[in-house]
Design a protein around this ligand. Structure first.
Ligand SMILES: CC(C)(COP(=O)(O)OP(=O)(O)OC[C@H]1O[C@@H](n2cnc3c(N)ncnc32)[C@H](O)[C@@H]1OP(=O)(O)O)[C@@H](O)C(=O)NCCC(=O)NCCS
Length: 156
């Protein structure tokens, strides 16, 4: 899986996107330390153990480098940054029932803004699955020669 590069210095303004998400009753915010077990359980139930490990790293940072989308006390999606490597975006995921509502894009922008605000000019999306999602939503381009990149000698 290839890595992708995103320019952070000209990220589009996401105010309208956040407004639409808020109008649908969804809250976007950083996860909090005392929610680590809840975010980990969501990630395990919907995604993978490896992503649980990365989420747990994000949950130890200050500020916590994991954003969540919630509604009615339920997590619908998450997005992390600076877990496996500095400057990396991910992992991220939206529960199947909440896809297609703009939450994945909104969480992506929250996390990219988090990277921008700590000084990065570029973000790296590590080991990309849905390349078209990133190309379309944040202008990400593939990094030549980055497959398998940093994801080598993987333990189960
Ligand atoms: C990828 C993922 C986070 C997208 O979440 P989502 O909430 O469904 O996405 P959004 O509703 O915010 O989509 C925003 C836009 O991207 C488009 N889009 C969504 N998924 C896409 C995909 N896989 N490929 C191309 N475009 C996609 C949508 O059609 C939408 O376009 P529009 O603005 O023109 O309507 C979600 O499908 C997911 O959790 N996938 C499994 C986990 C995963 O692959 N994570 C990424 C690992 S690198």
């Amino acid at each position: 899986m290839i890595d992708m590069l995103v320019r952070l210095y000209d990220l589009p303004d996401a105010t309208d996107l956040y407004g639409k998400v808020a109008a649908s009753g969804v809250t976007l915010r950083r996860a909090r330390a005392f929610e680590k077990h809840t975010v980990a359980a969501f990630t395990k139930a919907n995604f993978s153990e490896k992503w649980v490990s990365e989420v747990e790293v994000a949950m130890t940072r200050q500020p916590i480098s994991c954003f969540i989308a919630t509604r009615d006390k339920e997590i619908l999606g998450f997005a992390c940054y600076e877990t496996t490597r500095r400057g990396f975006f991910g992992p991220t995921g939206v529960s199947e029932k909440a896809r297609g509502l703009g939450l994945g894009k909104a969480l992506l922008f929250k996390a990219l803004e988090g990277l921008r605000d700590i000084g990065y000019a570029y973000a790296i999306i590590g080991g990309v699955g849905p390349k078209e999602f990133y190309a379309k939503n944040c202008g990400a381009i593939e990094i030549p020669g980055s497959d398998p990149g940093t994801y080598i000698d993987l333990l189960p």
